[in-house]
Write a protein that binds this ligand. Structure first.
Ligand code: SF4
Ligand code: SF4
Length: 116
């Protein structure tokens, strides 16, 4: 089992999740393969210890336990696994990072066709 970051994370760049992960397994990709996105973070499924700490911390509600990933984000489980063994780093959070408003959260969900 692992946790999965979905496309709801795209362009959010909040990175609050990385600040609470006890094993530092949430990464930003830094290589040259254009099929692995750099505008979202990805969880290494081999390193994740299923602690759930990142889920309540994500202001965009983008993280799910593997079994609970919404159908429209099914491809993201495989996408997260692609962060294994590639160039990557754990980003730090900007102290001035603003949290999304409820309207922004809803708009992001709608953008991806996700109905919580
Ligand atoms: S806190 Fe959520 S939206 Fe922000 S980088 Fe982490 S997974 Fe993505
Ligand atoms: S569930 Fe725990 S170990 Fe896995 S990514 Fe989230 S904080 Fe890290």
């Amino acid at each position: 089992m692992t946790y999965v970051i979905t496309k709801l994370c795209v362009d959010c760049k909040d990175v609050a999740c990385t600040q609470v992960c006890p094993v530092d397994c949430i990464y930003e990709y830094s290589g040259d393969d254009e099929s692995i996105p750099k505008n979202m973070l990805l969880i290494d499924p081999d390193e994740c210890i299923d602690c759930n700490a990142c889920v309540p911390e994500c202001p965009w509600e983008a993280i799910f336990e593997e079994d609970d990933v919404p159908d429209i984000f099914n491809d993201d489980t495989e996408l997260n696994a692609r962060i294994m063994g590639v160039e990557r780093f754990v980003p730090n959070r900007d102290e001035d990072q603003k949290l999304p408003t409820p309207d922004e959260l809803n708009a992001n969900n709608e953008k991806w066709g996700y109905k919580p």
